[in-house]
Design a protein around this ligand. Structure first.
Ligand code: PMP
Ligand code: GLN
Length: 408
């Protein structure tokens, strides 16, 4: 094994984001342990408050969990149909109709996956030929470069810049070449918390139509938007329904990230292609969890509104605390995350900052730079998760105020 980049963190911890093992296939080279696993391990090792990996510290609705327990009790414990259990496919189609007025045939246009992660990987493996280009927004979720790399694709990153992390349509258009196969779009966007506006969605759809591109949209934070901002699926825009693969999952919407029940919706030929890839990765998963997520998707509107309102209050709490600790805060419109500029507290490298943070403050965060091809654009940015109890947020903020004091 040849470590390409070894950094010594607090308490002697060694973080190795990128390792090359000569026995590993070339497609896996350059792929390291994900930053989320690294940072959660760092939090556990140092006993720090984990505002790194995005998972809520309170489980989702008891009634959803009860449906899963009933399913286990009632013997729904063998392989589920590999396209997904019928009630979940139907519930996904109903959900797309109810919230977005999108019509999908549950039998031909919905496939259930092991989280959005598998839906993304299966879609990219199904649609990208070696050498094809995939345009992504950076910072990007870290499974995108991995899946594109496994497919032999080449990514072209379009940078979103603070303070508002908007898409520049000219930059997006310039990233499209004759080799472009896919646009891979994420909104609400991790890690910046930006939610694509109507104008941005219109511009993206125009570019897709003009160049006859397929588009993959990652919408896992679709119900987590704040201040009256609403999520609009790209598939609702003119010319987009049949060229878009819409991906989501139950993890964030139901605060059940460990269940890993996801799905993709698209026209039948695309769903069939995704299914071909999916069937040899997992075939099927989560048999007793699928009916429970179906139940969740059918919850009344008040559930979805309360979820967003509760998170908005947590966002406000953490943003205020981070500002009080001296950080420049880019307030998110959605997701679990807030991005900050650490230069206001004397830092300039987010990776170094995050590796020292447990020692300085007993808190873990995530350096945004690992989500960029153009690392300089994100070097000074750090992401914090607010999907935590008020007590945890308050304690983290108190520690940051003390630990970062005097550095601003
Ligand atoms: N996309 C984004 C933008 C994410 O933040 C995550 C993390 N949950 C995923 C996809 C993966 O979702 P899942 O846990 O359902 O696989
Ligand atoms: N989506 C989560 C985040 O961004 C992490 C998911 C994972 O660990 N793969 O923090």
């Amino acid at each position: 094994m040849v470590p390409l980049r070894v950094l010594t963190g607090p308490a002697g911890a060694v973080i190795v984001p990128h390792m090359v093992d000569t026995s590993t296939s070339t497609r896996l080279q350059g792929i390291g342990t994900t930053i989320f696993a690294e940072m959660s391990a760092l939090a556990a090792r140092t006993g720090s408050i984990n505002l790194g990996q995005g998972f809520p510290d309170q489980d989702g609705p008891a009634e959803i969990r009860q449906v899963a327990m009933n399913a286990i009790r009632d013997g729904r414990n063998q392989y589920a149909p590999s396209f997904g259990v019928p009630e979940l496919k139907a519930a996904v189609a109903e959900h797309q109709k109810r919230f977005y007025d999108l019509d999908f045939d549950p039998d031909a246009e919905v496939v259930v996956t092991t989280g959005a992660t598998e839906a993304l990987a299966a879609t990219i493996l199904a649609l990208v030929e070696p050498g094809d280009e995939v345009v992504v927004l950076e910072p990007y979720f870290d499974s995108y470069p991995a899946a594109i790399g496994l497919a032999g694709g080449v990514r072209r990153a379009v940078t979103l810049r603070p303070p508002h992390f908007r898409v520049d349509p000219d930059e997006l258009r310039a990233a499209v070449t004759a080799r472009t196969r896919l646009l891979l779009i994420n909104s609400p966007h991790n890690p910046t918390g930006a939610v694509l506006t109507d104008a941005e969605l219109r511009a993206i759809s125009e570019i897709a139509v003009e160049h006859d591109l397929l588009v993959v949209t990652d919408e896992v934070y679709e119900h987590l938007t704040f201040d009256g901002v609403t999520h609009r699926p790209l598939a609702t825009y003119p010319g987009m329904r049949d060229r878009t693969v819409t991906i989501s999952s139950g993890g964030k919407t139901f605060s059940l990230t460990g269940w890993k029940v996801g799905w993709a919706c698209a026209r039948p030929e695309l769903v069939r292609a995704i299914y071909l890839a999916k069937q040899f990765m997992t075939f099927t998963s989560g048999a007793p969890l699928q009916p429970a997520i179906a139940h969740g998707l059918r919850l009344p509107d008040a559930f979805f509104a309360d979820l967003a309102a509760g998170l908005q209050a947590k966002r406000d709490r953490l943003c205020e605390g981070l500002r009080a600790a001296g950080l420049e805060v880019f307030e998110p419109e959605g997701t679990y995350f807030v991005t900050t500029d650490i230069r206001s507290v004397g830092g300039d490298d987010g990776l170094e900052f995050c590796l020292r943070l447990p020692e300085r403050c007993g808190v873990v965060a995530v350096p945004n730079q690992v989500f960029y091809d153009h690392v300089e654009a994100g070097r000074h940015l750090v992401r914090w998760a607010f999907c935590k109890t008020d007590e945890v947020i308050d304690e983290a903020v108190a520690r940051l105020r003390i630990g970062l004091a005097g550095n601003a």
